[in-house]
Design a protein around this ligand. Structure first.
Ligand SMILES: Nc1ncnc2c1ncn2[C@@H]1O[C@H](COP(=O)(O)OP(=O)(O)OP(=O)(O)O)[C@@H](O)[C@H]1O
Length: 491
């Protein structure tokens, strides 16, 4: 049976284009132009996957995501964003979106992301079912945990070591703590590799052959967090139609990884403290204690000690977890790792797409080293995957990078107060010497025009149809002008 996909985009052309393209690839596609129309449709229909623009006219992608997850917890949601929204997109992923794709959209890239998401979702559901049925001795029906809250680490996801001194230090800490039963706190920004490190600790421990269960606490609703973590008995609350095995039970004898731990409500923190102290738990509505032997690794992007001092996190729980802690610096602070990981992601993509791209041009390397990577390794991976897909020659060139990354320094001139724009290095600056005046004049004109276009693009969140309307030119002219700018700067 064809997978059902719902496309939500207020750009009608884009909606139609995606609809046609995905239908051609065998999916059953429905398109909606605003959030409310999508919600109405979702009341009657259950899609396997939703492709949703982050900025709709009537609501944000984040609000819509909450509604979708309430109505269809297992639906995969992929968010379409402009590059300036990457930080928001990362937040939305923490709320349960599977992935994000950035504009301009490339059909092949979208297709690849969708295929992978659907395959991964089937694989994960099967794995969870297998673990659940081995735990559930009563052979009752078990609710499958909603995707992607339970992220059984993607099979086949390979690990590499970075070469920065920070990474070497982390690797040493992992070697040291892995064989013990210590709880570990991993600190770091979103996408910096915390889950991969947690998985590595598990794999290097005596528990390696037992389950590793990753839970994004930021994606758990207050009401359902207890049942997600500890399970529930049939009929224990309205909607508890079947017995459910919680993540702790699924992780028994193995390791549980609780990402964004500071987002757990105070009540759940109390239940968690009992589990940590007594090493036993009860399912919601249950009256039987279940013995637990689970190693706990938690992650947070804020210092838990600060959260404890501010009353957001229980201090006793903090002390229980704080047997060992690992700090993962953001990628921009460990520049030696950038190209190591970029090459690794390039090789992964080559293997996935059957391509033979060898590496990156000097200019691309320069841009990578000076970019801020708010989304850390996750963002780098997405950028490299996309660029590799677009590369025909032996090296990834600047033209295959998203416009907003290759022009990052230009975009900085009005990014209010936001961090870390490093000055362009000598290699990325246009050479000043020996440029004829005629060329300088042309360049000045194009630059001035470019600033106006860029402004319109930013105002419309890089929606080219809307930007063209704003500039009172047609879409094709806008494309030509952008192309002209790129070509002129590549001369
Ligand atoms: N050492 C590594 N080797 C290979 N890939 C890695 C490594 N570290 C991270 N990655 C990749 O980078 C991406 C982000 O990593 P990960 O999910 O571990 O980050 P995170 O800090 O847990 O993010 P979040 O807090 O948002 O969940 C993943 O696709 C992961 O596979």
């Amino acid at each position: 049976m064809a997978n059902k996909i719902l496309v939500i985009d207020d750009d009608n052309d884009m909606c139609l284009l995606l609809n046609r393209f995905l239908t051609r690839h065998g999916y059953e596609v429905t398109g909606k132009n605003n959030g409310h129309a999508a919600i109405d449709w979702l009341k009657q229909n259950a899609p396997d996957l939703v492709l949703c623009d982050f900025r709709l006219e009537d609501m944000t992608g984040a609000d819509l995501l909450v509604k979708i997850k309430e109505m269809h917890p297992s639906a995969i949601v992929i968010i379409i964003t402009g590059y300036s929204d990457v930080k928001d997109a990362v937040e939305v992923m923490k709320m349960g979106a599977y992935d994000y794709v950035t504009k301009p959209l490339f059909p092949d890239e979208i297709l690849l992301t969708i295929k992978k998401a659907l395959e991964e979702s089937t694989r994960t559901a099967k794995a969870v079912e297998a673990v659940a049925s081995s735990v559930n001795h009563h052979h009752e029906t078990v609710d499958t945990p909603a995707q992607p809250k339970v992220k059984l680490n993607a099979a086949g996801e390979s690990y590499i070591a970075g070469s920065s001194s920070a990474f070497v230090h982390i690797a040493k800490q992992v070697e040291l703590v892995a064989p013990t039963n210590y709880s570990v706190i991993i600190y770091g920004e979103s996408g910096s590799g915390k889950e991969v490190i947690a998985k590595l600790i598990h794999e290097k421990s005596k528990r390696a052959s037992k389950p590793f269960i990753a839970i994004d606490c930021g994606a758990l609703s207050k009401e359902l967090a207890g049942s997600e973590l500890f399970g529930h008995e049939k009929g224990s609350f309205t909607g508890a139609l079947n017995q459910k095995i919680g993540s702790f039970e699924l992780a028994n004898e193995g390791t549980i990884f609780l990402d964004e731990i500071a987002n757990l409500s105070y009540d759940i923190q109390v239940s968690l403290l009992r589990v940590v102290q007594e090493r036993k738990m009860r399912r919601v509505g249950g009256n039987k204690d279940i013995e637990l032997d689970v190693r706990i690794i938690v992650a947070s992007n804020e210092k838990l000690w600060d959260a404890a001092r501010n009353g957001k996190f229980r201090e006793d729980l903090f002390h229980r977890f704080n047997e060992f802690s690992i700090d993962v610096p953001p990628l921009r602070e460990r520049k030696e790792d950038i190209m190591v990981f970029a090459l690794h992601f390039l090789q992964l993509t080559n293997a996935e797409l059957g391509k033979t791209v060898r590496g990156f041009s000097k200019e691309v390397e320069e841009i990578f080293l000076n970019y801020v990577w708010y989304g850390n390794l996750r963002e780098l991976k997405n950028v490299v995957k996309r660029a590799t897909l677009l590369t025909d020659g032996p090296l990834v060139e600047v033209k295959s990078l998203p416009f907003e990354i290759s022009n990052f320094h230009k975009l900085q001139f009005d990014v209010a107060g936001n961090a870390a724009a490093t000055a362009p290095s000598e290699a990325t600056k246009a050479p000043e010497k020996h440029i004829p005046f005629e060329h300088k004049l042309k360049s000045a004109n194009i630059d001035a025009e470019y600033e106006v276009i860029l402004d319109a693009l930013k105002q419309t969140n890089f929606n080219k149809s809307k930007a063209a309307k704003l500039l009172n030119i047609d879409r094709k002219t806008l494309y030509n002008k952008m192309k002209q700018y790129k070509e002129f700067n590549n001369q």
